[in-house]
Design a protein around this ligand. Structure first.
Ligand SMILES: Cc1ncc(COP(=O)(O)O)c(C=O)c1O
Length: 448
């Protein structure tokens, strides 16, 4: 049988098993198709044959509409650091719901919220809130452009910064504004020489350099060999604004990834954990830069009907007040022990599986080359990942389809052991398929 036919057959086997367990989800999708294109309204959560629909979630577990139970290693793409229905968050939003959910002026809780964010992140003297990480990035770029009078951006291949045209990846995606490609230079992540060359050559045109604290969407690829420190220094030496996108990486340390690498970006973009599961985005940074948003100066425009809305504010406060270095350390340890367990499985089975990440965020890849940048992550074997993913779902472990595993505080050793055991069973089951379809993936995992 040809490789292609065999792959189609084995994929069908796993997808059929998934279909059998998710009949109500399928029905819901069919209904949804009547009103939403393809029944979908969130590109990033789609996977084949179709994503399931969730009934209810609590702690680190949830149940889908067919009654299947899962451990949640997805955590809404890293947002739900305290897991679901955290009692203090639920109490706070219940109380606020009865006092007004969208108001034409701010509630005082927003002050406490901004204090928490500024106290958490050393480089953030002042903060402004919006409703998504996309908006936070948009505002950071607007501020950089507004202040410098320059347009060009430097970004890194594979770093994800949301849905705003100048940073959408791939940069030739349909519908982007025309000058978009001309507005940004893209260099490979973790390549210091390429970044330095581009910054020095274009410094008179560059408004800012934007980079993720660790590449999230590309597959949790950490910065290597002082990459972020280097970018900070080169931008500083050349008078270029440095925007660190910590929408995902903020949860990795009390103080964000910038505290691990001891750097002070000019601006930081944040979202996800600071909103306690409600729509959120924030831009923070150096006093003199952020002051440009102040009504006293108002050099840069920033409005939004639901900016700093009371529901997000109270959920954000209730979440952030439960976070500290020890809590973050706890979930980081869980993530590291999950990674160690998975690595041991790959080693014992002699399969070129890799797990990359930092602390509470870990990502599985299958590749003959070490996954250290966007290109390597894109070239990893997605067909095998798809089989692995469906087989993990069958064992009650939900992660992002791209192989991202996210820890939350309600998790214990038990959930980690269950997941590692599931990886062991899945990889043991898949080994003959790998030998047949992808013999190049048999052998010790490549070292970065
Ligand atoms: C690093 C990073 N920046 C920006 C965004 C955009 O955030 P949002 O989806 O809230 O618009 C994301 C989303 O995942 C992200 O991971």
């Amino acid at each position: 049988m040809s490789r292609q036919k065999l792959l189609a057959e084995v994929t069908k086997k796993y997808e059929d098993a998934y279909r059998r367990r998710t009949k109500k989800s399928r029905e819901t999708l069919e209904k949804a198709k009547k009103y939403m294109p393809g029944g979908d309204t969130r590109t990033s959560i789609w996977f084949d044959p179709y994503p399931f629909w969730i009934d209810k979630a609590s702690g680190c577990r949830f149940t889908d509409v067919d009654g299947n139970e899962y451990i949640d290693f997805h955590n809404c793409y890293t947002t739900m650091i305290l897991g679901h229905a955290n009692p203090k968050v639920v109490a706070a939003v219940r109380e606020q719901a009865a006092r007004g959910t969208a108001l034409g002026a701010l509630v005082p809780t927003v002050v406490r919220w901004s204090e928490l964010v500024c106290n958490m992140v050393d480089s953030v003297d002042k903060v402004r809130f919006g409703n998504s990480g996309t908006e936070a990035v948009m505002m950071a770029i607007r501020l950089a452009r507004g202040l410098t009078g320059k347009d060009l951006l430097l970004k890194t291949d594979g770093c994800y910064h949301g849905s705003y045209d100048p940073v959408v990846f791939p940069s030739d995606a349909a519908g982007l504004s025309k000058g978009n490609r001309a507005e940004s230079i893209i260099v490979p992540y973790n390549d210091k020489a390429a970044a330095e060359k581009a910054i020095v050559e274009n410094k008179n045109r560059l408004a800012a350099v934007i980079v993720e604290g660790a590449m999230g969407a590309a597959g949790m690829i950490p910065p290597r060999d002082g990459y972020l420190e280097f970018l900070r220094k080169v931008t500083q030496d050349n008078g270029i604004m440095f925007i660190l996108d910590e929408v995902i990486s903020l949860r990795l340390a009390w103080g964000g990834v910038q505290s691990i690498y001891k750097i002070k970006p000019d601006l930081t973009t944040m979202a996800k954990i600071i909103g306690g599961g409600y729509p959120v985005g924030a831009i923070g940074g150096r006093e003199d830069l952020m002051q440009m948003f102040s009504p006293e100066i108002r050099k840069v425009y920033h409005a939004g009907t639901l900016n700093a809305n009371p529901m997000t504010a109270v959920a954000g406060v209730a979440t952030m007040e439960q976070l500290n270095a020890d809590v973050i350390n706890y979930i980081n340890k869980l993530g590291e022990s999950f990674a160690a367990g998975v690595r041991a499985v790959f080693k014992r089975l002699n399969v070129k599986g890799q797990i990359t990440g930092i602390g509470s965020l870990q990502n599985v890849h299958f590749h003959t080359q070490p996954v250290v940048n966007g290109k390597a992550a894109r070239e990893a074997n997605k067909d095998l990942l798809h089989l692995y993913y469906l087989a993990m779902l069958e064992r009650g472990c939900f992660s992002a389809a791209r192989g991202l595993y996210v820890m939350s505080t309600p998790m214990t050793r038990k959930e980690i052991d269950t997941a590692v055991k599931a990886v062991d069973d899945v990889m043991t089951e898949l080994k003959p398929t790998i030998e047949e379809l992808w013999p190049e993936l048999i052998g010790p995992a490549p070292q970065a």
